[in-house]
Design a protein around this ligand. Structure first.
Ligand SMILES: [Zn+2]
Length: 343
């Protein structure tokens, strides 16, 4: 997903967009930026938009035209004046930087600004950081750098003191959800996934991962089984849980979804309808909310959150899940609640 304009950036990172539009208007674009914030907050695509903005030969106000030769070469990452660096292994190596400096001085470069974007800039060591900074400070050098990091506090002081810092905040869940819907993802999946992660890239990956989609559907089926005397949630889980129980990640996802659903039932009871995640299941949620008292719902939620914490330790997950489902099933079907030590 590329960002074409600074207005596009504004949808995800309002403050960053405002600052960049302003600094262009005042003709005060910095030569060194730090883009810092969690994964999936559009730091990379924003850095590429900055490169395009600097290299475009037919700028439209503060935006690149997205059509000229330069713009297209930035989009394809083939512009000779654009350099991308990321760690090879655990660090950004000395010879990576030396290679970059050499490239910088080549005649193959075109006129105009040169931009380098360093990914995981917290992995620059002192030598590499100083060498880069020195290059930039050569007289007449029209060089821009964007240093991208999720670990701002691990950046070297020399870097931090000479660069303008732009903070990228986690993207709003509603925006993630809308984007998933725009990508043709069905509502139940878009809702659940946008609740689970605010990392856009990760959200798209999950929405296209059949194992994870199966888990979402399993959670929906389990809750329907709670309402059906001929159906057992424990057996449903048993028939579908082989993969889940083998993977910490899938198990965590499963339990999170179970928690969202249980919260939905509680929220329905409390008439907090705006907070409901599985909107398309509202009829099932309504029926479930009539089966368990608020006190039981809250108590079971607490147990589930406790279980989520205990998953980090070496517990018998199969047994724990069976007990959880049995407990919920008993609560929904017979309005009896498990004793406090049974999950
Ligand atoms: Zn252009």
């Amino acid at each position: 997903m590329t960002l074409k304009t600074w207005e596009d950036v504004s949808k995800y990172q309002k403050e960053v967009s405002r600052i960049m539009i302003n600094s262009q208007r005042l003709n005060r674009i910095s030569h060194a930026y730090i883009f810092e914030g969690p994964n999936g907050t559009k730091k990379n695509t924003t850095a590429l938009l900055l490169a395009k903005t600097l290299l475009c030969t037919n700028k439209q106000g503060h935006n690149p035209c997205n059509e000229c030769h330069n713009c297209r070469r930035v989009d394809h990452l083939t512009h000779p004046n654009l350099f991308l660096i990321k760690p090879e292994g655990k660090v950004i190596k000395k010879d990576q930087i030396q290679k970059l400096i050499k490239e910088f001085s080549k005649a193959s470069l075109e006129k105009g600004p040169r931009i380098y974007i360093v990914n995981e800039a917290d992995k620059l060591n002192t030598y590499s950081a100083n060498t880069l900074l020195k290059t930039m400070e050569e007289p007449g050098a029209d060089i821009y750098q964007v240093l991208i990091t999720e670990n701002y506090h691990q950046l070297l002081k020399t870097i931090v003191s000479r660069a303008e810092n732009l903070h990228f905040t986690p993207i709003d869940r509603d925006i993630i959800k809308q984007q998933l819907l725009d990508n043709g993802i069905v509502a139940n999946i878009a809702n659940a996934v946008s609740q689970y992660t605010v990392d856009m890239q990760r959200a798209l990956e999950i929405s296209n991962n059949f194992q994870m989609i199966n888990i979402i559907n399993l959670v929906l089926d389990i809750h329907k089984a709670f309402l059906n005397d001929h159906n057992s949630s424990v057996i449903l889980f048993k028939n579908n849980s082989q993969e889940i129980l083998k993977s910490g990640e899938l198990l965590d996802f499963f339990l999170d979804l179970m928690i969202y659903y249980q919260k939905d039932v509680l929220n329905y009871q409390l008439r907090h309808l705006d907070s409901i995640v599985f909107e398309d299941e509202i009829e099932t949620i309504k029926q479930l909310s009539e089966k368990m008292s608020q006190k039981y719902l809250e108590a079971s939620l607490e147990k589930m959150l406790g279980l989520k914490n205990r998953l980090k330790f070496n517990i018998n997950t199969k047994l724990a899940m069976d007990q959880l489902l049995m407990c919920l099933e008993r609560g929904y079907k017979y309005a009896t609640f498990c004793s406090s030590d049974s999950i």
